[in-house]
Design a protein around this ligand. Sequence first.
Ligand SMILES: [Zn+2]
Length: 266
Amino acid sequence: MLLFDGLSTRAERPYDEGMMPNLLKIQFHGKLNDFLSGDRKGTYIEHPVQKRRSVKDLIESLGVPHTEVDIIVVNHQSVSFDFILFGGAVLEVYPSGKTPPLEALIHNAVPIPEPPRFVLDVHLGKLASYMRMLGFDTWYRNDYDDPELAAISSQQQRILITCDKRLLMRKKILLGYFMRSRKPQQQIKELLTHFNLFNYQPTHALCISCNGIIHAVNKESIQEKLLPLTREHYQTFYQCSDCKKIYWEGSHHTQMQQLIERIKAP
Ligand SMILES: [Zn+2]
């Protein structure tokens, strides 16, 4: 009797997900392949479906942060991050800027704020000064920890730029970008290219030290703070409204012009 019961139970539930894993196939497109090992790039990866799981969870378990993903297609239908996976599904995952030929697309990527605002992780100090020189509102400190960076990004809707893909996988972070380049001048180029910001016209000049707004000041009002040679050779001055740092045409302005020329060069 006991033996018979056991057999009948098994026969009635031949596709028990807990017992027999189903498989799905997933392929990543474009720059999302940067996160995959060589044998997984540009091809279908087979994956078991053993438990109730969202597509976002699967994508991140394969090493791709959700902040890099825009459109997800499951069996020719565009879906959102919370879509629950099933055995037999065929998934295509696209980065921002790459669009499959389908109607009724669901965009999972959050649109970037206008004007663009950024927060940079602690390893990107040089990039932070380049971005401020170009007039991008950029929060940076060399002592922020990961929860602080995530909170700033989420509360102030700032795009978090980091070389740490685990940080971008935090649920709280909706706006983020994984920096591929390691050299600051390549990083600024990569960023302007990715966000299509080469022609950005800043509303204010920003302080390289603190991100405060810089405004013109009379030489008389600050001249006791100048070194003798600076006082002698320069007439036009600017000052940060927050940290009071003083800039003059020979410093900030020339550096900025040189930087713009370098990053715009092919
Ligand atoms: Zn300042």
